[in-house]
Design a protein around this ligand. Sequence first.
Ligand code: CP
Ligand code: NVA
Length: 308
Amino acid sequence: MNHFLDIHTTTAADLRAIIDQAAAMKRARNGLPKGTPDAEQPLAGRMVALIFEKPSTRTRVSFDVGVRQMGGQTMVLSGKEMQLGHGETIADTARVLSRYVDMIMIRTFEETVLQEMAEYADVPVINGLTNRTHPCQIMADILTYEEHRGPIRGRKVVWSGDGNNVCASFLHAAGQFGFDFTFTGPETLDPEPEFVALARAQGVQVEIERDPARAVEGADLVVTDTWVSMHDSQSMRERRHNQLRGYQVNEALMARAKPDALFMHCLPAHREDEVTSAVMDGPHSVIFDEAENRLHAQKAVMRWCLGV
Ligand code: CP
Ligand code: NVA
C-alpha cells in the first residue's frame, strides 16, 4: 500500500504512471453517463472515508463519484462532527478508522495532522489539501495540460499571485515532471524557499520575477488561485487585495504569454479579483477540464494507493 501525501514525496516514475493510467481510464469512460460503473471494478468491496476539516465542492464530489465508479463505497465525514474535533488524538482516530475502512482521504489544516494520520493508519492516506500543499489538484492539472498540449516536460509555467499551498504543489511538480516554473507576486507571499531549492536541485529553472508582465513572457501555462486561502485569517483580506491587485490575471497579461498558452485555476475563483471573467471564460481557459480531471486523476491515485 502507498500513502499519497505529496508530489515531492512520490517518485517521478509513480507520478507518471498515475497520470498515464488516469488518461487511459478517462478514455475508457468516454461518453458514459457519470453514474455508470467502470468496466473494471478495482475498488469492489472497498470502503473509503473522506474527512473534511475545511469546506469543499470539487474534492468531495470527485472522490465520492470516483470511488463509486470503481465499485467502492464512501463515507463523508466532517472533522467537526467527529471526536477528532473534540480532543481525540489523530493517532487514535487513524487506528480506529483503519479497522473499518480501506483508505482515508483527509482535508485538514496543519500538515502534521496528515502526517500523523499516515503514520498511525494501517491503510493508505491521501492528502486532500493542507495549509501547505494540494497534490491531487496538481495531478489533475498535469493531466489537463497534457491532454490539451502534449508533454509538460520542458514547458514554462507561470504562477501569479499568492505562493500558497496550490503553488507549492505546482513547484513540486516542476521538479518531478521537468518543467520550468516562474513565480510572480510580492516578496512577502513568495513560495517556501525550501520548495524552490528542491525544484532547482532537480534540474529545472525556477525564477522569482516581481514584474508580472515580464514573468509571463514565453509562458505555456499561466496559473493563479484565490488571494485569501481557507486557512488565512479573513482579517488579512484587504491587505492581501492591496498587495496582489497588480498580479491579477487579465486579458492584457494573457496577451503577453505565448499565443497558445493555457490558463488554469483550481477553483473556487473570485471573479474580477485574482482573475477576470474574460480570462476565465476566454479561449485560453481550461478551468472546467481541470475540475473534471480531479475525478480521473484521483481514481488513478486511489488505485496506486491500494495497488489494485
Ligand atoms: N480545487 C478544490 O480543491 O476545490 P474544493 O475546495 O471545492 O474541493
Ligand atoms: N488555496 C486555496 C485552494 C482551495 C482549493 C485554499 O487553500 O483555500
